[in-house]
Write a protein that binds this ligand. Sequence first.
Ligand SMILES: [Zn+2]
Length: 281
Amino acid sequence: MKLGKFTINIIETGTFGLDGGAMFGVVPKNLWASKYSAPDEQNRIPMRSRSLLLQFDKKTIIVDTGNGNKFSQKLQSIYAIDSTKESLEISLHNYGVSNEDVTDVLLTHLHFDHSGGATSYDGNLLVPTFTNALYYVNEEHLQWALNPVLKDQASFIKENFVPLLEHGVLKTLTNDTPFEGISFEILHGHTRALQGYKITTPERTIFFPSDLCPTAAHIPLPYGMGYDNFPLSTIEEKKRLWKKAVEEEWIVVFQHDAFIPAGIIGENDKGYFLREQVSFD
Ligand SMILES: [Zn+2]
């Protein structure tokens, strides 16, 4: 999709599975299973992990890096992580982008399904995957990830981001990015100081809310995740942002939705809903 100076593509980085109950918090199973997907025998529902590829001027930027490929056999089987058919590497290759071409990596937060692809093994050494890139994350979130609370500590795997610090390539942001047209909302509901990125162009705004709204089924305000650290903040944040998203017809990307990559949110007397799907092809 070409908007203003940006060429914007959604790229697939692989599939995985998460517990359906955890993904939908207090929503009863008969509701989420009919709305999203029936779970497998381990109660997991299908998930994808998506990144954004932004190309403009001489920049090649990716937003988030998916699960990556450093998992132990055990974790791979718990989370049904599969990057054999689609992966960050395969998707970038399909757009003619090599790892060396990537100039910047914007991370929404450091949970493993967003930062896993940021580092890779070079022999026994853990190194930044994108050798010419600078990486960015929120300063407050980095401190949270380095000193995690019990609730989301299992989602932080230090191998995904400590090597970036050691190589001096992880920059922290506080309230803006260095790139004109790319900004972020700081969100505290899912984890502390997650950055939901906004790409603003004369035609449209693209919003990448990350885990504020992982699937289109999470658009309604009460549909929050059990994983959220501060569920009431998630509701307030969606309420504030969906109002604008409806007014300005933002294209919202659903990073983990196995079926619907992006869409436009509508509002009726029952609340917010997916008004239409949007294809980037
Ligand atoms: Zn997360």
